[in-house]
Write a protein that binds this ligand. Sequence first.
Ligand SMILES: Nc1nc2c(c(=O)[nH]1)N[C@H]1C(S)=C(S)[C@@H](COP(=O)(O)O)O[C@H]1N2
Ligand SMILES: [Mo]
Length: 397
Amino acid sequence: MTTKIDTRRRQFLAASAAGGAAAGLAGFAPSALAQGKPLPPVAAWKDASRLIVYSASGVETKRSALGEGVITDNDVLFLRNNLGAPSESIMANPDAWSVEFDGVTNARAMTVGELKTLGLETVAMVLQCSGNGRGFFAHKASGSQWKVGAAGCSMWTGVPMKAVVEALGGVRQGMRYMTSTGGETIPPGVEPKKVMVERSVPWNMMERAILAWELNGEALPLAHGGPVRMIVPGYYGVNNVKYVKRVAFTADETGANIQASGYRVRPIGQKGAPTQSTMWDMNLKSFVTSPSGEGPVRAGMVQVNGVAFSGTSAVKAVEVSIDGGATWKPASFSGPLLGPYAWRRFVLPVRLAAGTYSITSRAIAYDGQVQPELRVENERAYAHNGWRDHAVKVTVA
Ligand SMILES: Nc1nc2c(c(=O)[nH]1)N[C@H]1C(S)=C(S)[C@@H](COP(=O)(O)O)O[C@H]1N2
Ligand SMILES: [Mo]
């Protein structure tokens, strides 16, 4: 895994060279009420007009709200909770929040206040739910029917896990996983293992992970995991455990359902099992954000704009098609490369006459991978990166 990280860093260097407040617990945002479903109280401060609310635990960013810049702002970043968020009271004194560390030479707890003395790093990272794109599958997989916006690219600031591990005397021999536990209260009468948010990733992900307390320059809100959150850049959303209360280096993966049977890729109709592939690294993906398909487009020059990213290999190039994939043209990058885990913005100017178009994009990575045309059918509708389903249907008048 160490060599993998090094490869990733080299790809990043190659890519650089080549490229150019909380509104109060009770307040529901009025514009959300107008749409039907209100924003959940924990996210009432968000911009409801630019979001799609599926439920209290699933809120998606509209395609158009992903904008044209690189950074996804806090007020439009998607929200996903597997369990009800903890009480706002844990945010009264964020520095007093305590995280227990285990599987290290000197296991002990540390407050956020102490973590802040150990190191500081900012990483630009795509946070994406494993089920982003589920809404394009035909088999009605359970869960929010996300289209493209269960993803955003933001700046996460905190302490490198590596510095924390060093302060605790190093990882103990034989520990193969880094296991993080969410700070939710388990509802009474429920077996903890069934609902607890506890995720294991390969132990040496601690070399790139950070414990973050800031999001895009603001104190990390409870909705996104404040007081402190595990951030594993390049990995799917679920591994980025919010309000983390324990980080343990463990010999085995956690037996919590969310790891053992949840977030496992398997054929439609099959149950999840630990032998199936788990949702760790994100695959290569791109999609168009503008035109968004949310309204008509005027004939003339149009800047086709979108995002491209991967958790395994840097994006080398992006191609755009305005005829549903029959022909492709190379796009150029329209934004800076903010590191190996950020997404890259691309643009292609096209002249569109009146008519209908299917506009889509496909990314090509440094390791030679090309974003596929089709989704891979699977029970929980995870990891959709097929360019055909992600196309935007546009009417030009
Ligand atoms: N403690 C905790 N962490 C969690 C979750 C959760 O329910 N509880 N959900 C996970 C999932 S499935 C996703 S996609 C991301 C969503 O992060 P966000 O709500 O900040 O967008 O958080 C992950 N971390
Ligand atoms: Mo997720």
